[in-house]
Design a protein around this ligand. Sequence first.
Ligand code: DC
Length: 232
Amino acid sequence: METEVITIDGPTSSGKNSVGFLLAQKLGYQYIDSGSIYRAGSIFVLRNNISPDSEKVAEVFKNLQIETKTQDHEVRFLVNGEDITDHLHDPEVTKTVPIVAAIGEVREEVKKIQYNLVNSKNTVMTGRDIGSEIFPDAMHKFYLTASVEVRAQRRFKQLVEKDPKVKYEEILKSMEDRDEKDMTREVSPLRIPEDAVVIDNSDLTIEQTVEKMLKYIQSNVIANEVKQSGSG
Ligand code: DC
């Protein structure tokens, strides 16, 4: 039986990860955040003192053996058997990952990892190019977004708990910059996949967003069954 992939793309802090994880749980699918694959590779680029724009970066991604497991309501990332989840959002990694993710050969290696991960399991995968480049034939595709102010506010809330000195205005500015970079980069820019359902969740909770998605999935399945019985 062929496995099913549900794709969720969208800008930074659009809630993709929380929504993707909950949707996967409700459906009994595995959840993969593809940003974590780029982040995992970046950890090893840094560890090996490789410059992020060097030709050796793609080699690092070629050697990544990635497995995931769900533990205590979160997905843990194992690389070559080592659990590196707690380092995925280290500031150095966050700085390195956009440079690494803009390299075409790295994206080709990540594509192979993505195909391997969904090989035998139904999957919800989030990212920037999942419905457009990686699984263009997926039956259910979503594009999740929210206003840049709402997304900056969400990030601010997360960060201010760790550092009370962070400023909302600075976060807003850096988010606007990052949107611009993600949408205008030459390799796989962030875009709405042609046949994706767009959900603006500025005024929705995670649960409400997932409910909305489940409704779309159900109606899509029914529409598909009607189409198939009509043609058969
Ligand atoms: O979603 P995130 O912040 O964890 O993503 C980390 C980086 O990886 C970010 O620079 C965008 C990039 N990325 C990408 O280019 N394509 C994806 N499918 C997922 C993430």
